[in-house]
Design a protein around this ligand. Sequence first.
Ligand code: PFF
Length: 453
Amino acid sequence: MSDQKRGMHGIWSGRWTFILAATGSAVGLGNLWKFPYITGENGGGAFVLVYLACIFAAGIPVMLAEVLLGRKTRMSPINAMAKMTEDTGAPKFFHGIGWMGAISGFFILSFYSVIAGWSLAYILKLAGGDFTGSDAAFAGETFGNLVSDPVGLTIWHSVFMLLTGVVIARGVNKGLEAALKILMPVLFVLLLILFGYSLTLSGFGQGLHFLFDFDFSKLTGESFVVALGHAFFTLSLGMGAIMAYGAYMPQEQSLGKTILWVGVLDTLVALVAGMVIFAIVFSNGLEPSAGPGLMFQTLPLAFGSMAGGEFFGTVFFILVAIAAWSSAISIAEPAVAWAVEKGFSRIGATAAVCGFAWLLGLGTVLSFNDWAEYKLFGKTFFDTLDFLTANIMLPLGGLLIAVFVGWFASSELVKKEANIENEAVFNAWRFVVRYISPAAVCVIFLHGLGLFN
Ligand code: PFF
């Protein structure tokens, strides 16, 4: 393994830049689109509690482990895992974590770009006042028309992928860092504006009850799997995105507090987005369980019937697009960094990675129309990719990372690299990564298979 590759992609310019970048990666469609609708589908409060438990028992500890591996090696996840496996003498299959991550990345980017494309389309629809004074049938029809038109979907998918590629091609400092320094503050301001707005709505209290009242009878085995999968998805774990960002982190930065910041910010954004969305849903007497269409059908309808709805609706979909953009660049970064280490130019690597993900994305485009009837185990092409990545590949990647750092990386190495000053905190984290996180993933997998019911 040549050390020439070490650090060749650049280093974040400061402590806050990593937090900005990792939060940009974490906060995305997962928080704004997926979290509200899976919470709606899984009955609310109890699901949120399981999700929070997964974030703290598995998500945040694994995030620290991933960043540690990235910063130790300063290479793309594929080469990072190759080097760490070699250096620690761990079984060779741990090398596969990097490869599995790259494959998950292609899968996720392919459908992520299609859904993000919907949000671009909806910015124009809301700004144009399409929904003002409309009814549920119109909102359903508008969404139906959008997703049943493969050409339109492909155009929006292409625009989003292009936006993603432009940032990545410019490199870590001039591209990712420069974009994130603008996008992330805008994202937070927009979210705060919407939160302020939701506080004025009559359904705010009902939304809070829905999110935070625990009714465990609504949970199924699958709810646990979905909550765990979502914890990994929303924190961008298990596929190398955060590992790649960790590779650009300054050496002196202590990992513990930094990672906690990212985990807490991501969770807060999900909860605030949930409060905003359910306040709007309940204020309009709508149902929270609409599935993936929740954001695109229920919300525009709600915005259409509210004072200032055109403005706030447009703001909302700009927020979604920005959040998706800052996440998409992190999904592509591991594969791009690897290709650059292989000798490709940054632009060539970006074109290849985004081009390939774009092509795969056509499968998702078609699964809403021409291929809607083609199903594998009852799932369309898009559902299959979503299920496979979020519920299987990411938790599996996270499990392997926890086992690798917990059991195969030496205690001295881990301690030096984590740079956590407080001994008790370090020991607690190491214990969680060795025992609790792997056990949580295994138990939930088995539970999902119905073995504990
Ligand atoms: N965390 C992102 C979200 O919540 O939308 C999605 C994501 C980004 C998943 C990066 C995986 C990843 F590696």
